[in-house]
Ligand binder design. Structure first.
Ligand code: 5GP
Ligand code: MG
Ligand code: MG
Length: 178
């Protein structure tokens, strides 16, 4: 796997430190309130696992799977629900946990979908955000890192379903795409 990587963008330590900071903010913001973390499969698995363990809040977890990218590197703009939430979210404080916001298409769709179900609130936490996300009507309350508009892998993020298990975020060598 080492030969496939061009660079390490965020080390394991940088990611873990930042997630602890975000967890402290979330703990403070939701103190004494209900909180349901909604992880977006599969990319957010690592973020959810580490963020949730850094929280002191007795938050619940649920998962959704949506598809917008297929196996390539470009957003199709079409979002499909592959797996919906297990439970009703009426009256709940929902915090969507994402790996990355690129165009923002997936998240703005997801946020309005969840808002239509009558929750008390829907906020968003993402580990990574790319500049293009600024153009879309989606307010991200917790952002780990703003990054350059490059295609990244690792820490949950895949290329053709690979590299999700890297403990850091990096870029791929050109030979991998061709
Ligand atoms: P958006 O709809 O914001 O353009 O992107 C949504 C999804 O596309 C993300 O949740 C992620 O799965 C995928 N994606 C966007 N940018 C990247 C990237 O740089 N690397 C990888 N591996 N996936 C990305
Ligand atoms: Mg994602
Ligand atoms: Mg993907």
């Amino acid at each position: 796997m080492g030969d496939d990587l061009a660079s390490v963008m965020l080390t394991e330590a940088q990611i873990q430190d930042r997630l602890r900071e975000l967890a402290a903010e979330i703990d403070a913001d939701y103190a004494g309130q209900d909180l349901l973390l909604v992880g977006v499969l599969k990319g957010a698995v690592m973020v959810m696992a580490d963020l949730a363990r850094a929280l002191h809040h007795p938050a619940e977890m649920d998962w959704m799977a949506v598809s917008s990218y297929g196996s390539g590197t470009k957003s199709s703009g079409v979002v499909r629900i592959l797996k919906d939430l297990d439970r009703d979210i009426t009256g709940r404080n929902v915090l969507i946990v994402e790996d990355i916001v690129d165009s923002g298409l997936t998240l703005s769709w997801l946020q309005s979908n969840l808002r239509s179900r009558g929750p008390a609130s829907v906020s968003i936490c993402t580990l990574l955000r790319k500049p293009a996300a600024a153009k879309v009507e989606v307010e991200v309350r917790y952002v780990g890192f703003d990054i350059d508009p490059e295609f990244v892998v690792g820490y949950g993020l895949d290329y053709a379903e690979k590299y999700r298990n890297l403990p850091f975020v990096g870029t791929l060598a050109p030979h991998v795409y061709s």
